[in-house]
Ligand binder design. Structure first.
Ligand code: EPU
Length: 423
């Protein structure tokens, strides 16, 4: 296994370009299953573990792909299997994204049930409810979701989500593009990842109204076509890099971004005392001499994202006072806290609230990654900790960050990747 060995105390400063968004790439790649008509060329696809797992899933379905220099080329003409097996779904819950496209195009899909998740229950009931609203019959047998459309064709319907779900909205959208008639989605997720998926589907020939809002209307098409598409930047990677500068007293410019999508996060950096300046495609952050404690509540977009919550807690360990961090999306997403405390942080958990008592001097030790964003928070803490921090089980980090240690080293960090035996 790999671990990251971080020598703390170095400033993160300089300029860097953000990678393509992981959480936009995944539904976009899934959406290519909606048509066998032509070849897709997808640019700015990040070269990271979850993308490679999704490509593996496409191969399993019979799709041929080539992936190099962040460009993914594929054609979904030859889909030979309609089944997503447990071995791949268990590696990545986002595999559920193949459900909507396969069902809509072929009238049938068989997807293994994803299991639990490192940060609490992550049900898929809303994905299934959406498919049923579009006329599918769903059964669960031997650990698989069996979804079938009557006469092989979904039909438009009105889907009302009781809570906002990025994944279920994405699945519903993709399925609706090939359904007969019009579909209405109420309380749709309005995350930039969904907005970009809408743009991608519209480029493929879909008719969607309400893009970027919580009310979507989709007119089903008879067929869609393959396109060339440029993916957007990864707003969570960008936020993590800004936090790396802020926690180490550095100064950074992140290029290739759309600051508009990061308003809630940037506002919090400003509240914490950072100087933040944006152009149309870059964000510059200068850290203050002392960080001001700043509360955040993670909620669906446009609020502060749950995927930045762990990194924010790491940052607040260095603020001059107490801050409160609440996660209203995943109430139990706090696996990073005991590990941050092992580095010397003083953080308490009360229900879905973390109380971070800063500033605390952190000192390096071995810590364990438990999930993607938890790992990112440990890396941030390691950057400011005295001595050497070893972040074990770094495969969690590799799922969602493209060459993170290479990027941070180019900004002044001292991080090496080493092999180790866990037992
Ligand atoms: N939920 C249900 N039922 C469902 C689906 C979701 O109850 O059928 C609940 C979840 O348990 C959660 C809330 O709805 O409490 C929102 O979950 P959502 O469906 O929006 O999450 P997701 O689509 O599974 C995506 C990202 C996550 C990110 C969340 C929230 C991808 C591949 N994953 O997950 O990203 O945290 O949206 O923004 O896009 C990450 O990148 O580290 C990551 C976990």
């Amino acid at each position: 296994m790999d671990k990251l060995v971080i020598k703390g105390g170095r400033r993160i400063s300089g300029s860097i370009t953000a990678s393509g968004s992981k959480n936009t790439s995944l539904p976009i790649i899934a959406a290519t299953l909606l048509t066998g008509n032509g070849n897709f060329t997808l640019h700015r696809i990040p070269d990271l573990k979850d993308i490679l797992t999704f490509i593996q899933l496409l191969h399993h379905l019979g799709v041929e792909t080539t992936f190099s220099d962040n460009t993914l080329r594929l054609s979904s003409e030859q889909v030979q299997s309609l089944q997503a097996p447990y071995e791949l779904v268990k590696k990545m819950r986002a595999s559920i994204y193949v459900l909507g496209p396969l069902l809509a195009r072929f009238g049938h899909a068989r997807v293994s049930l994803p299991g639990g998740c490192a940060f609490g229950p992550r049900p898929i009931d809303l994905h299934l409810m959406a498919m049923e609203k579009l006329g599918a019959t769903i059964t669960i047998e031997t650990g698989f979701i069996e979804a079938t459309a009557e006469n092989g064709k979904l039909r438009g319907g009105h889907i009302v989500f009781p809570i906002s779900s990025v994944g279920a909205t994405g699945n519903a959208l993709m399925a609706a593009t090939l359904a007969e008639g019009t579909t209405y989605i109420s309380n749709a997720a309005a995350e930039p990842e969904i907005e970009t998926l809408c743009r991608f589907l519209m480029a493929m020939g879909a008719t969607i109204r309400g893009t970027g809002t919580t009310e979507l209307e989709i007119d089903g098409s008879n067929s869609l076509k393959a396109v060339e598409f440029h993916n957007v930047f990864d707003r969570i990677e960008a936020g993590t890099l800004l936090a790396a500068a802020a926690i180490t007293g550095g100064e950074i410019t992140v290029n290739g971004v759309e600051p508009e999508q990061m308003k809630a996060v940037l506002k919090k950096f400003v509240h914490a005392g950072c100087t933040v300046e944006s152009t149309e495609e870059s964000i510059s952050l200068k850290s203050p001499r002392k960080l001001i404690p700043t509360d955040v509540t993670a909620k669906p977009y446009p609020s502060f994202p749950t995927d930045m919550q762990a990194q924010w807690i790491a940052l607040m360990t260095q603020a001059e006072g107490t801050s409160h961090v609440i996660d209203k999306v995943y109430h139990e997403r706090f696996n990073h806290i005991p590990e941050l405390n092992r580095l010397g942080a003083h953080i308490e958990i009360h229900k879905n609230q973390a109380i971070v008592h800063g500033p605390q001097k952190l000192s390096g030790t071995k810590v364990m990654s438990t999930d993607l964003r938890a790992s990112a928070s440990l890396v941030l803490a390691g950057l400011v900790a005295e001595g050497t921090t070893e972040v074990l089980r770094v495969y969690h980090l590799d799922r969602g960050y493209e060459k993170i240690e290479v990027k941070l080293n180019s900004l002044g960090a001292d991080i090496s990747r080493e092999k180790y035996n866990e037992f």
